[in-house]
Design a protein around this ligand. Structure first.
Ligand SMILES: *Cc1c(COP(=O)(O)O)cnc(C)c1O
Length: 399
């Protein structure tokens, strides 16, 4: 394969929406990916928190192969067996009573915004439509979800934005309390801000948000697109905080690599949607739901993977905290939960990402200065050691 030609054709034929590395990946197994020229990489990006079971997990591969031979797609005009089975699996393992399937995180959040507005208008009148979200949040790239996203850099050039959104500082209950008014219909938050730099709120804050929503008759929407499906060491991140949302969205980890999103809600809230309210052609199709069943069942199996995720996450954070002691002028903070970990630096982390890649390790950079580690739940202590040692070498050369 002519790598140079492929890279030229990439820039000639694809819209220029990503700053891509000149790295062409062709194969993956477990925690490793392999480039077209045969180089091996330890993958601690995992498709940005998507490949929760690593690459080509046998259970997911077999589920996809079997379903591909049976039936790929039929319309939601008909009953879809694996869709029903996946909905039951999610309901039995969450706060929710009802599920709607779609294809991505942004689409799940669009559904959540529509559901919250419809519910609130029917209960409380036409004027109850405002949704409060957090500064520094990320909820997607469609017009409504980019408006919900509390970062100006995502808004620029796309105005006029969708009316009815307000942003408040994250992890600040007084700011939220002050922003609530008679028009507020929902508060929408990530339990841990992912794209904002792996920002973990306090337990008191999350409990306070739940109490405030209850007091004022407001829905709590948790965007678990990145934190959901085991990433933080619990099936859903809200479990860590001892609260439950009214609406939750999932996507990234849900299909173990295939594109699927989900919108989950309590019975009375879900009841605001009736035939015609919302739809998606591909949503919950036989192939993606079969892959998601295999993924969720494997994550839940005996709770071993979730327990390992918590243990390995603690181990990784301890090792990174060790680096912080040696490189206190470069490392500001280590944050995270389970295998969603951020290392905030005093500088742009792009050169470190590049240096890691040269040493055969994939990590990524979020919020410009935070190195993010989202390895699959099947990662080993030894692989965590390898990555930590390589990051240590690179920091030593920098300082
Ligand atoms: C990635 C992400 C989204 C958007 O998901 P897409 O599938 O890219 O549309 C929304 N919310 C959060 C918290 C995310 O991390």
């Amino acid at each position: 394969m002519d790598i140079k030609r492929l890279l030229e054709e990439s820039s000639r034929y694809l819209m220029n929406t990503y700053n891509r590395y000149p790295l062409i990946l062709r194969k993956g197994r477990g925690t490793k990916v392999y480039s077209i020229d045969g180089k091996e990489y330890l993958d601690f990006v995992g498709g940005i928190a998507v490949n929760i079971l690593g690459h080509c997990h046998p259970k997911v591969v077999v589920a996809i192969q079997k379903q591909a031979q049976r039936l790929l797609h039929v319309s939601n005009l008909y009953q879809i067996e694996p869709q029903i089975k996946l909905a039951k699996l999610l309901v039995e393992n969450s706060f929710a009573d009802k599920v709607f399937f779609c294809n991505s995180g942004a689409e799940a959040n669009e559904g959540a915004i529509k559901l919250a507005r419809k519910y609130a208008k029917e209960r409380h009148g036409e004027e109850k439509f405002e949704i409060i979200t957090a500064l520094n949040s990320f909820h997607g790239r469609t017009l409504a979800t980019l408006t919900a996203t509390g970062q100006e850099k995502f808004h620029k050039g796309f105005e006029p934005l969708v009316p009815g959104f307000r942003h408040v500082p994250f992890n600040d209950i007084e700011a939220l309390r002050a922003a609530v008014n008679d028009r507020t219909c929902a508060v929408m938050l990530e339990p841990i801000q992912g794209e904002g730099g792996v920002v973990v709120p306090s337990h008191e804050y999350m409990k306070g948000v739940r109490e405030l929503c209850d007091e004022r008759g407001i829905l709590l929407i948790l965007d678990e697109v990145q934190t959901g499906v085991g990433r933080t060491g619990r099936l859903f991140a809200y479990e860590h905080f001892g609260i439950e949302p009214d609406i939750m969205t999932l996507a990234k980890g849900l299909g173990g690599g295939v594109p699927i999103g989900a919108l989950l809600a309590r019975e009375d809230v879900a009841g605001a949607f009736v035939p015609g309210s919302h739809a998606s052609t591909f949503g919950g199709n036989p192939l993606t739901t079969q892959a998601a069943i295999a993924t969720v069942e494997t994550v839940l199996e005996d709770g071993i993977l979730l327990e390992e995720c918590r243990r390995l996450g603690r181990y990784f954070m301890r090792r990174l905290a060790g680096l912080k002691d040696s490189f206190s002028s470069i490392i500001v903070d280590i944050r995270g939960m389970g295998l969603m970990i951020g290392m905030q630096l005093t500088r742009d982390c792009a050169p470190i990402v590049k240096a890691c890649m040269e040493k055969g390790v994939l990590v990524n950079c979020t919020a410009n200065n935070t190195l993010r580690f989202t390895p699959p739940l099947i990662v080993t202590e030894k692989e965590i050691d390898t990555v930590t040692d390589i990051v240590e070498d690179i920091l030593a050369r920098l300082s």
